[in-house]
Design a binder for this molecule. Structure first.
Ligand SMILES: C[S@@+](CC[C@H](N)C(=O)[O-])C[C@H]1O[C@@H](n2cnc3c(N)ncnc32)[C@H](O)[C@@H]1O
Length: 230
């Protein structure tokens, strides 16, 4: 798509301190009310889980998992985000391994492999920020146990956009949180493109929600559970 990964990364590096301050320890109201409840439901965390947190930002969701006793590997390509996450969550250093990794690079993703495969993977509000997601879905499938699950929440492609285009993948600049230092890059994919990237890469979808912020009739977010096919 027409906005480069280099531009995207530059914006997230510049936004990292603001993001860390704004999301804090618990994340914001939007995440707590719109994103987390359905992500939690579909992820159905168990103490024996070993979870990959994709594009973890300041690590607030990883910490939420770690507080339940779960072991997590969390990654983001913005080194500044990871530096701040490590600092903020030093008390969970036995539970969370924070890594710098790029979700668009196969080698970078496969280097996240540990001594055992991940039982689950999660990504909160980041799929729409990632330049290309084909490699990510392919590698997550390889990193998961048989029948492992990948739960992701992302911007609703039908109702949340700054452009008139829907069918054609395209990129645009925008703001996730009012006042962030720099606009960042969004990468629009239609609903069928999102479903098909799952199907092409060995997943079936067995959970799906559309969620609204406040009382309105147009949803802001979709939350999907993709299960690794046998
Ligand atoms: C909207 S933030 C969400 C962060 C976190 N998941 C949360 O819920 O607070 C999007 C994140 O995606 C990360 N990101 C974007 N493209 C990425 C890539 N190619 N690889 C890894 N992280 C990426 C950004 O650095 C940023 O931290």
């Amino acid at each position: 798509m027409e906005l480069s990964k280099e531009e995207s990364l530059k914006a997230w590096q510049a936004n990292a301190a603001f993001w860390d301050q704004t999301m804090g320890d618990t994340s914001n109201r939007f995440h707590l009310e719109v994103v987390r409840p359905r992500v939690n439901e579909l992820l159905d965390v168990q103490p024996i889980d070993f979870i990959l947190d994709i594009a973890c930002g300041n690590g607030n969701y990883s910490a939420y998992l770690a507080a339940q006793g779960v072991n997590v590997v969390a990654f983001d390509y913005a080194s500044e985000m990871i530096r701040l996450a490590k600092k903020r969550w030093a008390r969970f250093e036995d539970k969370i391994t924070f890594c710098i990794a790029d979700a668009t690079e196969e080698e970078s993703l496969l280097a996240l492999r540990r001594e055992r495969p991940f039982t689950k993977a999660v990504s909160n509000m980041a799929i729409m920020d990632i330049t290309d997601v084909e490699v990510l879905f392919r590698c997550v499938n390889r990193l998961l146990t048989p029948e492992g699950v990948f739960v992701f929440a992302t911007q609703h492609p039908c109702f949340v956009t700054r452009t008139e285009k829907y069918m054609t993948p395209h990129a645009y600049r925008g703001e996730a949180i009012a006042g962030q230092p720099q606009e960042h890059c969004y990468y629009h994919r239609s609903m069928q493109d999102l479903f098909q990237v799952c199907f092409r890469n060995g997943f079936v979808i067995d959970g799906f929600y559309e969620e609204c912020y406040g009382k309105k009739e147009t949803p802001d977010v979709i939350i999907l559970r993709a299960v690794k096919r046998k």
